[in-house]
Design a protein around this ligand. Sequence first.
Ligand SMILES: Cc1cc2nc3c(=O)[nH]c(=O)nc-3n(C[C@H](O)[C@H](O)[C@H](O)COP(=O)(O)O)c2cc1C
Length: 148
Amino acid sequence: MVSKLRILIAYLSYSGNTEEVAAYIGDYLDREGFTIEWHRIGIDVLNDLAYYDLIFLGTFTWERGATPDEVKDFVLEVGYKPENMVVFGTGDTQFGGDDLFCKAADKLAHFYKSNYPALKIEQSPRGSQEKKIDQWLEGVLNNAKSNA
Ligand SMILES: Cc1cc2nc3c(=O)[nH]c(=O)nc-3n(C[C@H](O)[C@H](O)[C@H](O)COP(=O)(O)O)c2cc1C
């Protein structure tokens, strides 16, 4: 039963954009009847990820396509590659165009061999990009249902 899925949203955000996407995802899943747990990377104590059916991992991208150190530490702390990671990210094409846009999210999705392509949002998700998140989440949930 998909509504019984145990879902974690883990994210890192400095200036709030990735947090906004995380909150948007949380609200969407809440409306769909899911119960969400949260992990603020670098702040909260990490629970055993084996407990969760679906793990959303959110990050922004830093200097020249880099993954933030806190997210690298998170990856090391997790210590294995859960098969059910879904990655989302925010970035800004002004910092190197399409090649470097949300590169950290792409790299993480590749590293975890995620079943879903990373969601990539330019800065704040509010406005026209909300539709992009809705469509991405629809795909994520359909895929999760078919694997349940
Ligand atoms: C110094 C610096 C370097 C950045 N480099 C990139 C980059 O290489 N690629 C990218 O897509 N965004 C880059 N960004 C943009 C941030 O990833 C973007 O503003 C993001 O939404 C910030 O997330 P947050 O508000 O959750 O902290 C950079 C931002 C700063 C300040």
